[in-house]
Design a protein around this ligand. Structure first.
Ligand code: ZN
Length: 125
């Protein structure tokens, strides 16, 4: 891959990374604020509905699992940035063939060509 081309993907990856980091922080903030509100709020003076508690827990779990996925994506972005610096970006980590540009444009942090990615998914099932 040409240096100028790799630079464009690098810019994309960096933008994606800061966006994800911003999102992670916002989600963490929201989850923490919620906890604080529950700790400080006078829940004792409020009638407690079990259904409400259930939905709050679900919401929090959902937020945390979203954060986990973001962490995984961030790891993949870091690895892709390292591959750009090493000059191996755009090569499939599994079979060594070139990853199509259309795929890199859609998922700039991918380390696998379509064939290997789908083979991996099949193995995971
Ligand atoms: Zn491959």
């Amino acid at each position: 891959m040409k240096k100028a081309e790799a630079k464009e993907y690098k810019a994309q990856l960096l933008a994606l990374r800061s966006r994800l980091r911003g999102d992670v922080t916002q989600l963490a903030d929201a989850a923490l604020k919620k906890n604080r509100a529950e700790a400080n709020g006078d829940l004792s003076s409020m009638p407690i509905h079990m259904a409400d508690l259930g939905s709050d827990n679900f919401e929090q779990e959902f937020t945390l699992s979203l954060m986990e996925n973001d962490e995984m994506t961030l790891d993949a972005i870091e690895a892709a940035l390292e591959r750009i610096d090493a000059g191996s970006y755009g090569d499939c980590e599994e079979c060594g063939s070139k990853i199509p540009k259309t795929r890199l444009q859609a998922i700039p942090y991918t380390a696998l060509c379509v064939k290997c990615a789908s083979a991996m998914e099949t193995r995971a099932e």
